[in-house]
Structure formats: C-alpha cells, structure tokens
Design a protein around this ligand. Structure first.
Ligand SMILES: Cc1cc2nc3c(=O)[nH]c(=O)nc-3n(C[C@H](O)[C@H](O)[C@H](O)COP(=O)(O)OP(=O)(O)OC[C@H]3O[C@@H](n4cnc5c(N)ncnc54)[C@H](O)[C@@H]3O)c2cc1C
Length: 292
C-alpha cells in the first residue's frame, strides 16, 4: 500500500523543525531514518498529515565526549555510524555490543539512534541499553529543552514521555566505570530479527564482590524491564554459580510478560531468567580474562 497523503517539510535548522512541530501538533511527525515510520505509513497504521524531515538539520548526528568523560550522542546519529565509531568499544562497550544486534546493516545504515529510542519497540535493544546505562534524553521544543532519564521516558507499550511538539536531540550517557563487567544477550528466531527476549546488564565490583549492578530485559513487557530485586540480590555477592542461579530464579519470577504470536509468556519468563544467568556468567568471565 501507499501512505495516505501528507505534506512534507525539510527544515534546515532545529528552530525551524520545532516551530513546524509546534504549529502542527498531533498532526505532525518527525522523520529520521524512516525504517519504522515509513512501513507504518505504507500500511496506513500511521497517517500523519505532516512529515517534518530532520535529515537536513545540522549538528544532530554528533558523537562527542561529555565533560564528565561520558558520551553525548546526537539523536540523528545513524546506528551504523555508532557501530563504526572506533572509540565506542573503549568508551561504552555495552552500547558498542548492542548496536550490531539491531536488525541488519542495511537497516542500521539509515536507522538512527533517536528513531529507535522514540519508536520504543519493547523488543528493541537501544531502549533497554539506555535504561541499563542510566542515560538522559534531551527533548527540545520551541519553548526550550528538558532532560528526561531513560527510565522515566518509557511509559508503556510504545508509549513515551515525549510530547507531540518535542524532538529528541541528544542522548547523554554517564562515564563508563573502569573495570565494569557487562554483557548483552538475546534470543531471536533468525539473526537480525527483533529479540523475543533479551538482557543487557553490568556489574561493578568491590574486590571480588558486587558493589552495584543493573539488569534490564527487553521483549518481556511493554517497555524495558529493570529487575531491581535481582540487582539487590547481587549487591555484596560474589559472582559464582550459586549467585547466577539465584538471579536466574529471581528474574524468571519477577517477569510478567504477555504471550504473543512469537512466544508464550511462560517461555519469555523462563528464557529471561536463563539469559540473565548466562549474561552474568559471561560478564564475570570477562573480568577473569582481564585479570589474567
Ligand atoms: C526489517 C527490520 C528489522 C528491524 N530490526 C530491529 C531490531 O532487531 N532491533 C531494533 O531495535 N530495531 C529494529 N528495527 C527498527 C530500526 O532500528 C529503526 O531504525 C528504528 O526503530 C527507527 O529508527 P528510524 O531512525 O528509522 O526512525 P523513523 O522510522 O524515522 O521514526 C520512528 C519514530 O520515531 C519518531 N522519531 C524519530 N526520530 C525522532 C526524534 N529525533 N525526535 C522525536 N521523534 C523522533 C518518528 O516520528 C517516528 O514516530 C528494524 C526495522 C526493520 C525495518
């Protein structure tokens, strides 16, 4: 099918883009990589009257260090550009490992970081990873900027805190801690498919015990799911098989996913637990490798 008729604007400044969004309100939609919006429009599941193409707005695709040695990533940064940034592995290895899991490289060539975050597919990698990393999102409108933590941005199934007149302009990631252990893992039917279940986690150690941890799952609810009970269990614990098994049980117990055509709720609970255990074990092994 073809999209319903729409007016097309291609602003050349951010001011112009947000002014257009303000003018058209709920009838306007921002176009970034078009990898999700265009299929939705072609299927007439989305019928925006006005498209505001961000691709000619300069300065939205920068990857830059923040003052605190964190990262600032422009929302229009192509997923492939992030993947190809040679410094990313050192600056944020969890994010570096997550990006190649998004679809296929043809999709990442056009798809943007901000597009994935705002589209908010519950099975997408980047929303869960930004929640795990404690990222902040900068939302810009005609009346200025506001900063929303990733965890507060996701409200429910494809629902976010962004207002109709706002553009996501930057993703701010805190500095990556030296020695942090991490892993990301997912189960999908075929390589490049959306995950049926996935996990992104990190652990900071104090000696051989866990000082802090974040465990976030995707594909198991309407939005990224942080399993705080498992994080609490990890704090102070040594990373050994009995801890991993207990975390597996807690994660499986805590998840409350829905069934759909891809997998049953029970499958998602069980696999969520198993993936968390495996990811923790992989993270711990990474620590042992770097120590030897
Ligand atoms: C075959 C296929 C497989 C895929 N597999 C995966 C996968 O495994 N994992 C995964 O995570 N994703 C996957 N995707 C989705 C892909 O990552 C998309 O690129 C992404 O979801 C949307 O990014 P985009 O830049 O194309 O956004 P668009 O399609 O342009 O926009 C998507 C939505 O976000 C809004 N938006 C975009 N940018 C902004 C902004 N800066 N501010 C405000 N609103 C904005 C748009 O208005 C629209 O509502 C897949 C897509 C396809 C087609």
């Amino acid at each position: 099918m073809k999209p319903a008729p729409f007016a097309y604007y291609c602003p050349e400044t951010l001011d112009e883009a947000v002014r257009l969004l303000d003018e058209h309100g709920e009838n306007g939609k921002v176009l970034a990589g078009g990898q999700s919006l265009m299929p939705l429009m072609s299927l007439r599941l989305a019928r925006p009257e006005v498209i505001i193409d961000l691709n000619r707005v300069p300065g939205l695709d920068r990857i830059a260090a923040n003052g605190d040695r964190g990262l600032g990533i422009g929302a229009l940064t192509r997923q492939r550009a992030l993947e190809r940034d040679a410094s990313l592995t050192a600056r944020n290895p969890l994010l570096a490992a997550a990006v190649p899991l998004i679809g296929h490289f043809q999709i990442r060539n056009r798809g943007t970081v901000g597009g994935s975050l705002v589209h908010a597919d519950p099975a997408a990698e980047l929303p869960a990873v930004t929640v795990a990393l404690g990222a902040d999102f900068v939302l810009t409108s005609a009346s200025g900027e506001r900063v929303v933590p990733a965890e507060e941005f996701y409200l429910g199934y494809m629902a976010t805190a962004i207002e109709a007149n706002e553009v996501l302009t930057e993703i701010r990631l805190p500095a990556w801690k030296a020695g942090r252990l991490w892993a990301i893992d997912e189960v999908s039917r075929r390589k490049g498919d959306f995950a049926m279940v996935g996990v992104a986690l990190w652990v900071d150690l104090d000696g051989s015990a866990c000082a802090d941890a974040r465990i976030t799952l995707f594909g198991v609810g309407g939005k990224p799911v942080r399993v705080e009970k498992a994080e609490q269990r990890l704090k102070g614990a040594v990373l050994d098989d009995s801890t991993f098994k207990e975390v597996e049980r807690i994660v499986a117990d805590e998840l409350d996913p829905d069934s759909d055509i891809h997998a049953s709720a029970l499958y998602r609970k069980e696999v969520g637990g198993v993936l968390a255990r495996r990811a923790l074990s992989a993270a711990a092994a990474r620590g042992e490798d770097s120590a030897s």
